[in-house]
Design a protein. Structure first.
Ligand SMILES: [Zn+2]
Length: 142
């Protein structure tokens, strides 16, 4: 079932009407079987949503999201700068390096950062090794 908002061209009445399908609406309209509830005129039309209204709204949303994204990106970029200056990059060996610090008591002058899978992070956490996940933007992305 489809509900359409209909309006009468003659008396301007707007009313809702149910149809089995959009085809049924077309069929009834062609046969002039759609009648205004008020004046019984067959000049009844489906109200059409204004698409320009919808698109202008979504454009605004996009703009807001982009501004928000750029703001977040700026924050992440400054995080990354801090981390790069203060932590040692270990790449994919993050889980291994984190364990070696934890278990062998290796003292490193710097903290480490690198990439690890969700699984790795879960295991590290279970072993009591503290790892912080942060969003990371690939510099080549620009
Ligand atoms: Zn009418």
């Amino acid at each position: 079932m489809i509900k359409y908002k209909l309006f009468c061209k003659k008396c301007d009445l707007k009313f809702d009407s149910w149809f089995a399908s959009s085809n049924e609406y077309e069929r009834l309209k062609k046969k002039k079987l759609l009648n205004c509830h008020m004046c019984n005129s067959s000049k009844v039309e489906k109200t059409i949503m204004a698409p320009q209204l919808i698109s202008s709204k979504s454009k605004t949303n996009k703009k807001i999201n982009l501004e928000k994204y750029n703001k977040v990106k700026k924050t992440i970029t400054s995080y990354q700068k801090f981390i790069k200056e203060n932590f040692k990059y270990v790449g994919d060996n993050f889980a291994y390096e984190a364990r070696s610090i934890h278990y062998e008591g290796k003292k490193k002058s710097k903290g480490i950062y690198g990439s690890a899978s969700q699984e790795d992070l879960k295991e590290l956490k279970e072993e009591g090794i503290d790892a912080q996940m942060i969003p990371w933007i690939d510099e080549n992305e620009n």
